[in-house]
Every structure is written in C-alpha cells, then in structure tokens.
Design a protein around this ligand. Structure first.
Ligand code: SF4
Ligand code: SF4
Length: 439
C-alpha cells in the first residue's frame, strides 16, 4: 500500500448511502439545456439554430481552437432556442432542445470496432470527435491531454480511481461493474499515448474495486504492464500531484504539469468513456453521477443525459426530504455550491449533493487563532493562514509571495480550521486578483 504525500486529512467518507447500489438510468428529460462551454478552453461555436431538428449524439457545437471540445445533442428533438443560461460558474450560451423522435444512438445495436488496427493518432482523432473531456471534474479536453508536445516524453499513464471526495461513489461503482471496459479503455489510452506502462491507483477503502480490477488484469490475454496500486485512504489522494507522488514518487514542479515529469493522468470514468468513443464512436452525451446527501429521497449512482437540470434529477431521485441549506455540484471538498435548480449537468459533473444544516454548517467565520492546523493539513506545503490573512486584508502583494498558484483548491485547510475561515476561497480570490481574471 502506498500514499505517502505530506499533509492531507481524513474526513468521514459518507459513502455508505450509495456505494453498494446498482447503476440506474434516469429517464430522459423533456428538455435539455446544453452549454457550449463545458470544458477548460474556448467555448464551442453553435452550428445549429432555433427550429433545427437534431438527432441524439449529433454535433451541435464545434470546438473552436486547440484547447476546446465539441458539444453534442443529448436527445433527439428540436432546438427551441440558444440562450444565456445559468451554469455552475456563470451564464453562458446554451442550446435548449425539446425531446421528439427516436433515440437511435443509445438504442441501436452497435458492432464494436477493432481498435487494435487503429494508430495512436486515429484513436486521438476519435476521442476528439466525441467531445471527450476529463470526467473527474477538471473537464480538460482529453485529446489535448493525450497530445503532449514532442519534447515531453511520456512513459506512464496513471488511471485515477482514488475517488477521495466524501459522498462520491460513482468511480467505485464503475470499477466494480465495468472492470473489463476500464481495462480495455486503459489499453486504448496507452496506445494513444504510445506508453507501455499504466498504473491504476485506488484508495484502500474500495477493496471490491481493487479486487475487480486485479482479477480483470489477471485474465487479460496477452498480459500487459497494467498494475493496480492500493493507496492509503487520505484526502486529497486523488489530486493529480498527490496521486503521482504516491504512486511514482515523482514531484510535479511548481506551476508545472504532470507531462513535465513523463506522466499523463486520466480518471477511470474518462477511460471508460474513451473506450465507448473509440470502439463505438459514441459522442459524450451522457455520464454517470452520484446523487447524494442527507436530503435526497433515493441516493444512488445514475446515468444521466448531459443537459438535465438539477430539478429533473430531484424529481427522478425521489424528491427532497426538506429544504437544503446547500446544494453542491461535485464533492463537498472541491465542489461548488449552487443556488438554482435550473443548473444543468455538464460533462464534468461527478455528483450532486443535497445537504441539510446538520451536515453543512454555515455561519460567520472568526479571526485566525494561529493554531497551525491548516499548515499541517496542506498537502502542498503552503501557509493557508497567512494566505487567508493577506487576502482578507487585501494585501495581494503579500499573497503573491506565498505561492498561491501552487494551491490545488483541495479545501483541506478550510475543513480543519477551528475558526471556520474560508481559506481556499481566500486563496482563489488572491489568484484572481493577481492575474486580473477568474481562474
Ligand atoms: S492552501 Fe490550497 S492546497 Fe493547501 S490545503 Fe488549502 S486548499 Fe489545499
Ligand atoms: S487553522 Fe484557522 S485558526 Fe488555525 S492557523 Fe489556520 S487559519 Fe488560523
């Protein structure tokens, strides 16, 4: 077992409510709200207009620039309008589609393609055409991540199955149910990168997933250099830099990228979807998410169409047992609080949590008492208390000297602070002030 990054915390994982449930398909929503920017980079350009009929999986937004991603229709139907609609960050152009017609793309029988005959560049081309982005939450376009510059020599693919955020169990469930598909997706990704070695990292609180993946590798024919590494359960084990250090002992340089040290990291959900994109030429128009928290009627792991709104999800998941004080998109540590039920599921949505005041305690924060707990918890060796004080006093000249851009926004510092100081929020503000833009 491995997992020796510095700092980190051990919050209650709260995974019991969903981690042994079968996947369920949520019904198709009557209307889908599909934003043209669901990824890091330039928004896609709409190539449909109001009144157009679209098929399920049809391209409706074309990627615009090197770092961008195509966007597809999640349902067959008619484009009602293209409006500025609320997403988790801000309002942005969104294609609204009303369902009508046949569900051909998901219902049709598919003959798998023999990806073994495809070159690395042909695989990357199929991944790009599918609109694939990282499904762990970062939503970086996958075809770009798999195309490092020639001077960056990649030797290892890491498949991230750590799923260290409390509540979220969708990756765990995927690994237990679809181990064969994830191993095949890993091989496809290895071929795209031209690497001979892959390691799948899984926290040791997911023994079923570890066993399933190891059994699959054992029965692989011919055997390849794919191994499973059991990792200590410790948040944020699934953060890229911590995962790389825990598995390979390599350190990503300050403000550098994994490719600088020969590594590409892909989430298990992304690897699963890569297989579907390459073997079945399936665009990314649906994904698995965890719906959880103490207020949702039927917590579980669900397959959901991109563009389904939170209100659709609530209705199909048993309704709410009370008024939530917090709705979180993503996990409780790194996710974002939202205030509208109209916000749609996008490619990077790993979960939606509905939390009562028993779980999500609000209230004012207090001054720093210099206890040092945040410093001990920070996995990046930063001084969150000093960063927080500087930001609170608007001394962004001081923040800049404290390496705020090394912060991975894991929220460990805020979690342990006895004064409930919103430290990661302060650091985000510092980053924005220093760069003069949202980051
Ligand atoms: S300063 Fe950043 S990296 Fe360090 S614990 Fe806080 S959020 Fe995590
Ligand atoms: S944990 Fe909170 S109170 Fe303690 S040093 Fe850090 S900011 Fe100050």
């Amino acid at each position: 077992m491995s997992g020796g990054f510095r700092g980190g915390i051990h919050p209650h994982d709260k995974k019991n409510a969903t981690n042994h449930k079968e996947f369920l398909n949520l019904p198709i929503p009557q209307r889908c709200f599909i934003p043209l920017q669901q990824h890091i980079g330039a928004p896609a350009k709409a190539i449909v207009k109001a009144g157009d009929h679209v098929e399920e999986g049809q391209l409706i937004g074309s990627s615009d620039g090197f770092i961008s991603a195509d966007v597809h229709s999640s349902i067959p139907g008619r484009v009602i309008e293209i409006i500025d609609h609320l997403t988790i960050y801000y309002r942005q152009p969104t294609v609204v589609i009303e369902a009508e017609g046949q569900f051909s793309a998901s219902a049709m029988p598919r003959d798998p393609d023999d990806w073994g005959t495809l070159s690395g560049s042909e695989i990357i081309s199929r991944i790009k055409s599918s609109g694939m982005v990282g499904l762990g939450g970062a939503a970086f376009p996958t075809s770009v991540k798999l195309s490092p510059p020639p001077e960056k020599k990649i030797d290892t693919l890491l498949v991230n199955g750590a799923e260290c955020e409390p509540y979220l169990t969708v990756d765990d469930a995927l690994m237990r149910k679809f181990s064969l598909e994830i191993i095949e997706g890993t091989r496809i990704t290895m071929r795209a990168l031209g690497v001979k070695k892959a390691v799948i990292g899984i926290e040791d609180n997911k023994q079923g997933a570890i066993n399933a993946m190891r059994n699959e590798i054992r029965s692989a024919n011919p055997p390849e250099d794919i191994t499973v590494k059991s990792l200590k359960t410790r948040y944020p084990q699934g953060a890229e830099k911590q995962l790389i250090y825990s598995i390979l002992g390599r350190i990503v340089p300050s403000r550098g990228l994994p490719m600088d040290i020969g590594v590409v990291v892909q989430n298990v959900g992304t690897v699963f979807a890569i297989r579907e994109a390459v073997v079945f030429k399936k665009p990314l128009f649906e994904r698995f998410i965890t719906v959880g928290g103490d207020l949702i009627g039927k917590p579980g792991n669900y397959k959901v169409r991109i563009g389904s709104r939170i209100s659709d999800i609530i209705e199909e998941c048993g309704g709410l047992k009370g008024a939530p004080v917090k709705i979180v998109v993503g996990g409780p540590m790194c996710g974002l609080s939202v205030h509208s039920m109209d916000i749609p599921v996008v490619k990077g949505t790993s979960g939606i949590l509905f939390l009562s005041d028993k779980i999500a305690k609000g209230g004012p924060y207090l001054p720093c008492i210099r206890c040092g707990k945040c410093v001990k918890a920070c996995p990046m060796g930063l001084l969150p208390c000093e960063l927080g004080n500087a930001a609170e006093n608007e001394r962004f000249d001081l923040s800049g000297e404290l390496n705020p851009f090394d912060c991975i926004m894991c929220g460990s510092c805020s979690y342990v602070c006895p004064s409930h100081r919103p430290l990661s929020h302060f650091i985000k503000v510092s980053q924005q002030k220093i760069t003069g833009r949202a980051v």
